[in-house]
Design a protein around this ligand. Structure first.
Ligand SMILES: Nc1nc2c(c(=O)[nH]1)N(C=O)[C@@H](CNc1ccc(C(=O)N[C@@H](CCC(=O)O)C(=O)O)cc1)CN2
Ligand SMILES: Nc1nc2c(ncn2[C@@H]2O[C@H](COP(=O)(O)OP(=O)(O)OP(=O)(O)O)[C@@H](O)[C@H]2O)c(=O)[nH]1
Ligand SMILES: [K+]
Ligand SMILES: [Mg+2]
Length: 464
């Protein structure tokens, strides 16, 4: 566990989402050594009530002069270490809406020993006090922001500790190899020979496990943040019409004037539990119109960040040089679907106006945004790309921070290939192995500086 010094201040924050007219109950959470004392000072509880742990008390929070009541409340006392943070925790459950909640919080913060909690600070304390592992705390935050059931399921797995145990076991295997090697460096003559090939094979096996986690992380990120699908193509091919149809909304303006769309527009649907955001963009062409030019430059920026690009062309008039030129300009590392639109206007000869190499592509779908013909094929393609078949069996998903560290670990382990091929002495193996072990330690939080930890938790929401 980490060995940071225990925190002194008592912290307080609103723990529930509050807005006027919404939520009949809200909770304020106080954690730290003066949590109970402070609470006793601001509430009147009738009769003799017991402030012992895991009990609920009934009472009223008073104004500062103790003459008037701010609200009628329930108070939940959890004495450390038997609490979420491991410190003394008091929750005050008051009426919802913003005014009572804020007045009570202000009343609490007026005590010099209490200050407002930073975002994520309750969870950070839970980690520092050994109540939660880092990846568990991160998973709690992911559960809070989950937008689909699958995302919630993955977050629960993380809360149960599956990321922590998986990474720890990989890290342990690396430590075993490092220990063997270091023993050879220190006491070569007393120990049986260590076979380089044997060590290399174990590292290959570890890399395979890590790689699986890295692949899963990509699918996990679709589940969590959804899939961004950018629609592009020449002006007037029907990008906006297609987005409107897929999202069953008349969100984008559609006219027969080329260059209608300028601002980037987004519309979300949920496909088999995965949020899919369609992004409608300005049609690509050379133009002197200043506004359209800005729109086109935004289109290009959007395309780089898409998970999938749909290139639309007008199937009824055929594949043109402009379509070809757009195709060539698309970022090559992003999956592409080509959609021939306006099939309702075509006759039997339309396919002759489209080159064979385009027609033969398996990522080609012919549709009509007007009649809806072919829409099912398009949806099926998207499902194949991101639907439940892709996320079936997915039970562990690293977040972005964890993924970066897993990738850095991979890089360090890959360096060892060179060390092996060049038959370098054992000292060289230890450099990259130690680096890999450190990365995984940063991932699990076992090897982490205080400032890195601050940085991770600052991204949590307030009161978490
Ligand atoms: N009202 C409320 N609901 C909540 C939370 C909270 O802080 N307050 N949680 C916050 O995220 C989650 C639950 N997490 C919690 C984790 C541990 C303890 C706790 O008191 N643990 C003690 C007692 C367990 C026992 O009696 O066996 C312990 O572990 O020792 C409480 C809540 C979700 N619901
Ligand atoms: N017949 C037919 N017309 C369509 C179809 N899809 C779009 N249109 C028409 O084509 C014209 C252009 O449609 P938009 O959706 O505005 O095309 P766009 O690609 O968004 O155009 P820009 O935003 O200007 O780049 C409109 O008149 C639409 O009604 C289709 O499948 N069949
Ligand atoms: K148009
Ligand atoms: Mg448009």
């Amino acid at each position: 566990m980490n060995s940071f010094s225990p925190t002194e201040d008592t912290i307080a924050a609103i723990a529930t989402a509050v807005s006027p007219g919404q939520g009949s109950i809200a909770a304020i959470r106080i954690s730290g050594s003066s949590a109970i004392e402070t609470s006793k000072n601001i509430v009147d509880v009738p009769g003799i009530q017991d402030w012992s742990t895991h009990k609920v008390l009934y009472g009223h929070v008073t104004e500062e002069n103790r003459k008037k009541y701010i609200d009628e409340v329930l108070i939940l006392v959890m004495k450390g270490p038997r609490s979420f943070t491991g410190e003394d925790v008091v929750e005050i459950h008051c009426h919802g809406g913003i005014i009572p909640v804020q007045k009570i919080l202000e009343r609490i913060l007026a005590f010099p020993s209490v200050r407002r909690a930073e975002p994520g600070e309750f969870s950070q304390r839970a980690v520092l006090n050994g109540r939660l592992s880092l990846t568990q705390a991160e998973s709690i935050s992911e559960l809070v922001s989950a937008r689909s059931r699958k995302a919630a399921e993955l977050a629960i797995n993380g809360i149960e500790g599956n990321i922590q145990t998986t990474i720890q076991s990989i890290r342990k295997r690396l430590i075993e190899q490092l220990t063997e090697i270091e023993a050879r460096i220190d006491f070569e003559e007393d120990l049986p020979l260590l076979d380089e090939k044997h060590v290399k094979n174990e590292i290959v096996a570890i890399k395979k496990d890590l790689n699986e986690l890295i692949d899963n992380a990509k699918r996990g990120s679709w589940v969590r943040s959804g899939l961004k699908v950018a629609l592009t193509g020449k002006p007037n091919v029907g990008k906006s019409s297609l987005m409107n149809r897929l999202s069953k909304q008349e969100k984008a303006i559609v006219t027969d004037l080329p260059g209608t769309t300028r601002d980037i527009l987004e519309s979300e649907i949920i496909l088999e539990g995965i949020p899919v955001t369609f992004i409608d963009t300005a049609g690509l062409r050379d133009t002197k119109d200043i506004i359209e030019k800005i729109g086109i430059s935004r289109t290009k920026k959007t395309l780089i960040h898409a998970d999938l690009i749909i290139l639309i062309f007008d199937y009824s008039s055929g594949w043109t040089n402009e379509d070809e030129s757009i195709l060539k300009q698309l970022p090559i590392n992003i999956p592409l679907l080509i959609v021939g639109n306006k099939s309702d206007l075509t006759n039997d000869q339309s396919f002759e106006k489209v080159p064979k190499y385009i027609l033969k592509k398996e990522n080609l779908v012919i549709i009509s945004a007007k009649t809806g013909n072919g829409e099912d094929d398009l949806i099926n393609y998207l499902l194949k790309k991101c639907g439940s078949s892709q996320t079936h069996g997915l039970d562990i998903a690293l977040n972005e921070r964890q993924l970066d560290l897993a990738k850095s670990t991979m890089k360090s382990l890959e360096n060892i290939n060179k060390v092996f091929d060049e038959k370098l002495p054992w000292d060289f193996w230890t450099i990259d192995l130690r680096q890999a072990i450190n990365y995984l330690g940063e991932l699990t939080g076992e090897d982490l500086t205080e400032s890195l930890l601050d940085n991770i938790f600052s991204k949590f929401c307030i009161g978490k």
